[in-house]
Every structure is written in structure tokens, then in C-alpha cells.
Design a binder for this molecule. Structure first.
Ligand code: FCB
Length: 471
């Protein structure tokens, strides 16, 4: 039973006023928080879980800044009851999480691990008991290491393995999940994992990276076909990281580079998913590094989407000169060094609507890292509250311009393992002391709770636009 907003103590909602902002959203808008399996679960070698490419990658000296891994993380695997309680206390009505493929199918093929499925059963049932909708992601970067040893996403066979895994998860959870997303941020997997080599599996080849980008998209399409063939009732989609790409200067070189980067990060994925083809300018740029595409692949990728998830953190500046340092140029940045640029969210959403025939959208991640400290039991993170307030306001601007967005998820519920940055970067609404695993809701958690409860009880009268648009 939710408390009414006016029953909250006056100090429960520090920072900018939540009420006026809450009224800008329809009453049925989805408000949530997000995590991913490898970043929070820990228990990396318990109950039959197999190694993932991140377990392997983290063992390499220098792979993560603090030499850490997700071995223990937030110990969420053992504290799932407490963590579901924390989610409920936030006043949200949705939780986005991912399934660790190697936990439910340790070798990425063959036998299923019942103990792994039981963990997600407990999580999903715990959420449903609290009226929190489970938004499930199938792949948030933790490929079973056994598949990597056969070539991983560079090998076309992994596409079929993923579709089998997707079908099994949907068979078990499809009736209880509020939605199923195939992939989280395929650009990151392809480029940071296979071209820049800074994320697992740590390869450095543009050709491999673009083949991976193609196989990830293909596996999305083939999985959607498999799930629909077995009459999965959960809405199906995919999550992309997107940022407006601005040219660093007005020089023709910088403008051209920005257009290309837009092609490599946004249009490559959006054109394939929503138009059934890759952008010509990007294919021309890639030349011999363009992926091998077999007949029928683009049709397989171009499946109807029930929704599209967008992860938004900042804008990107592109140019041919020395990369601009946002701090030196006086811009406000988060602890990741990412510029705080809320207007980019509105700009991005309006642009996507202008360029594509979109399904319903969700902001599946948005949030900020800051150097948070617990002082006398409290974490004063006014900068995060300002970040969230300004981005939710930017989202309201997009809604008021008619973009069909249905929900918003803060990244993240908890401070957690931030990939190559290890545990140094704290994105949580809830602080985690990794030595004791003690959880302390930050001021931003209190603010978000007050905001969500107002939005859910006194939000605008309308319901989300339902234009039913399908590709
Ligand atoms: C996104 C990832 C998520 C987290 C945030 C900060 O790219 O999806 O796991 O690392 O960035």
C-alpha cells in the first residue's frame, strides 16, 4: 500500500520540486529503476553458473581500473529479497534487469541450469507480489565464455544459440514479464568489445566489430521470430544507446565526421531495425570491413518491434581534431566526465520521430555517477537530483511535442560494477558499501520516491499516446 505523497515528511524530497514535474506526465506512465546481471548479482561461481566473457576479461591484468570483477558485486544473488524491498520503497512500478545467460545455460548450448532459473523465479515473483512490473533484458553483455571460445559473436552460430536461449527464457518467464528486450546496447558490445578492446572480450578489429554488430542485430531478429512462433505474450523489443552527435566546429571536416559518427552509432542500428537496410554512407566508409550479410538477413532483422528502449546519458561531440575536453571548456560533467546535457534527450527523441516510423519508446537508462559518500548515515547527492530533474523535464518536453514515450528508468538502483571502471563510479540511487554490503538510500532515492509517488497518484489525467505505429 503506497503512502499518499502528503504523508511524507517534509524532508523526504530534497531538491527541486517534484510536484510540478510529475503533473507533466500521464498517470499510467511507467517509472522504474534498472540494473544488469553482471553488475549486481555476484555469486559468479555458485549454483552451477558458468563463466561469462566478463569473468574472463576481468582476470586480465589492467582490464578494469581497480583490478576488480563482478565476482561479488552487490551480492544481489543472495540479497534479492532485501533488494526487491528497496525497489518497492522507491515507489516505482517497474524494474529493469537482465538474465545472466551463463547462469541459466552455463555453456551457452545444451543443458539448462534449474538453480539459475530458480533465482529469476524468486526475483520475478518477488517483484510481482509488490506490483512492480518486471522488464527483462536477455543480453546485457555477459556471453557464456564457452561460446567465446568458439568465436563468440564473430561466429554466425552464436545467432542460433541466442535464439534458443531467448526461446527458453520466454517459455519460462514470458507470461510474467512486462516486456522482453533482446539486447542492451549492441553498439557497445560490437565497438567497445571488439574494436576498441576496452570491454569484454577485448578484441581490436573493426572488421570483427562490424560482423559482431550484424550478428547481434540478426540474433535480435531471429529471436523475435522464435518468440512470436511460440506465442510469447510479452511485448518484444531492443535497447539502444543513443546520443545526438554534434560537430565540434562548423568546419566541413568536422561536420562530415559528425555525420559519419551519427551513421555508425545511430543510423546503423535504427536503419536496420526500422527500415531493413544499412546506411549507404557507412557501408561505403567501411569498405572491406563491412560485414558479410547473407540473403534474408536484413528481412530477419526487420521484425515488427513492440517497443524500442533508448539509453541516454549525454551528447557526443565529433571532429577530426584533438577531442574537446568538456571540463576545460567549462561544461558541467558527471564523474564519468560525461557532459550534463539534458536538452540532448529532447533533441534526440524529436529527431528519431522525424526520421523513423517508431514503435512505443521507453527511456530504459538515464542517470549519473558522482563521488558519493555516506556521512552520518546520509548521502547528499544534490547534483544527481538536479541531473534527474533536468532530464525528466527534457523528457516531458518531448512528450508534450507528441513523442510516444511510455516509461523512464533510472540507471541505477544500486551503486554497482561499472565495467572497465570497476567500483569507482557510483550510479546508484542507493549507496553500496562493498565491504559490508550495507545499502543506504541517497537523497536522490528520497527525491525519486517522492516524484514517482506524485506522478503515479497525481500525474496528468491523460494516458500515454498510443499511436500503434509499427515498422
Ligand atoms: C550503459 C550500460 C549500463 C551502465 C551505464 C552507465 O551503457 O548499459 O550497464 O554501465 O551505461
Amino acid at each position: 500500500m503506497l503512502m499518499k505523497p502528503d504523508e511524507y515528511p517534509a524532508n523526504a524530497a530534497p531538491g527541486p520540486d517534484a510536484s510540478a514535474l510529475a503533473r507533466r506526465f500521464p498517470g499510467d506512465f511507467v517509472w522504474g529503476v534498472a540494473t544488469s546481471a553482471y553488475q549486481v548479482e555476484g555469486a559468479a561461481h555458485e549454483d552451477g553458473r558458468g563463466d561469462s566473457i566478463w569473468d574472463d576479461f576481468c582476470r586480465r591484468p589492467g582490464a578494469t581500473k581497480d583490478g576488480s570483477s563482478g565476482e561479488r558485486a552487490c551480492d544481489h544473488y543472495h540479497r534479492v529479497g532485501e533488494d526487491v524491498g528497496l525497489i518497492a520503497d522507491l515507489g516505482v512500478n517497474a524494474y529493469r534487469f537482465s538474465i545472466a545467460w551463463p547462469r541459466v545455460q552455463p555453456l551457452g548450448a545444451g543443458a539448462w541450469n534449474e538453480k539459475g532459473f530458480e533465482f529469476y523465479d524468486r526475483l520475478i515473483d518477488g517483484l510481482l507480489e509488490r506490483s512492480i512490473a518486471p522488464y527483462l533484458t536477455l543480453y546485457h553483455w555477459d556471453l557464456p565464455q564457452a561460446l567465446q571460445e568458439g568465436g563468440g559473436w564473430v561466429n554466425r552460430d552464436t545467432v542460433a544459440r541466442f535464439a534458443d536461449y531467448a526461446a527458453e527464457v520466454a517459455r519460462r518467464f514470458g507470461g510474467r514479464a512486462a516486456s522482453i528486450a533482446t539486447h542492451n546496447e549492441p553498439w557497445v558490445v560490437a565497438i567497445l568489445g571488439h574494436q576498441a578492446g576496452i570491454f569484454a572480450p577485448g578484441l581490436k578489429s573493426q572488421k570483427s566489430a562490424m560482423q559482431v554488430a550484424h550478428h547481434l542485430l540478426l540474433s535480435h531478429g531471429v529471436a523475435l521470430q522464435a518468440l512470436r512462433a511460440q506465442h510469447c505474450t510479452a511485448p518484444l523489443g531492443i535497447v539502444l544507446n543513443q546520443a545526438p552527435i554534434h560537430a565540434a566546429t562548423d568546419s566541413p571536416q568536422d561536420l562530415a565526421r559528425a555525420r559519419l559518427d551519427d551513421g555508425l552509432t545511430i543510423r546503423w542500428y535504427m536503419d536496420a531495425l526500422l527500415r531493413g537496410g544499412y546506411p549507404e554512407d557507412v557501408l561505403a566508409y567501411l569498405g572491406e570491413d563491412a560485414p558479410q550479410v547473407e540473403p534474408g538477413d536484413m528481412e530477419a532483422i526487420w521484425q515488427p518491434l513492440d517497443f524500442l528502449g533508448i539509453n541516454y546519458y549525454t551528447r557526443n561531440l565529433s571532429g577530426t581534431g584533438v577531442p574537446l575536453d568538456p571540463v576545460k571548456s567549462g561544461k558541467e560533467v558527471t564523474d564519468m566526465g560525461w557532459e550534463v546535457y539534458p536538452g540532448g534527450l529532447t533533441e534526440l527523441l524529436l529527431r528519431l520521430r522525424a526520421d523513423y516510423c517508431l514503435p512505443a519508446l521507453y527511456i530504459t537508462e538515464n542517470g549519473a555517477a558522482y563521488q558519493d559518500r555516506v556521512v552520518r548515515g546520509r548521502v547528499v547527492d544534490s547534483d544527481r537530483i538536479r541531473y534527474l530533474h533536468s532530464h525528466i523535464a527534457a523528457l516531458a518536453d518531448a512528450l508534450e511535442s507528441g513523442v510516444d514515450v511510455r516509461g523512464y528508468f533510472v540507471w541505477s538502483l544500486l551503486d554497482n560494477f561499472e565495467w572497465a571502471d570497476g567500483y569507482a563510479k557510483r550510479f546508484g540511487l542507493v549507496h553500496v558499501d562493498y565491504a559490508t554490503q550495507r545499502r543506504t538510500p541517497k537523497d536522490s532515492a528520497h527525491w525519486y520516491r517522492a516524484f514517482c509517488l506524485r506522478a503515479r497518484t497525481s500525474g496528468g489525467a491523460g494516458s500515454s499516446a498510443a499511436n500503434g505505429a509499427r515498422p
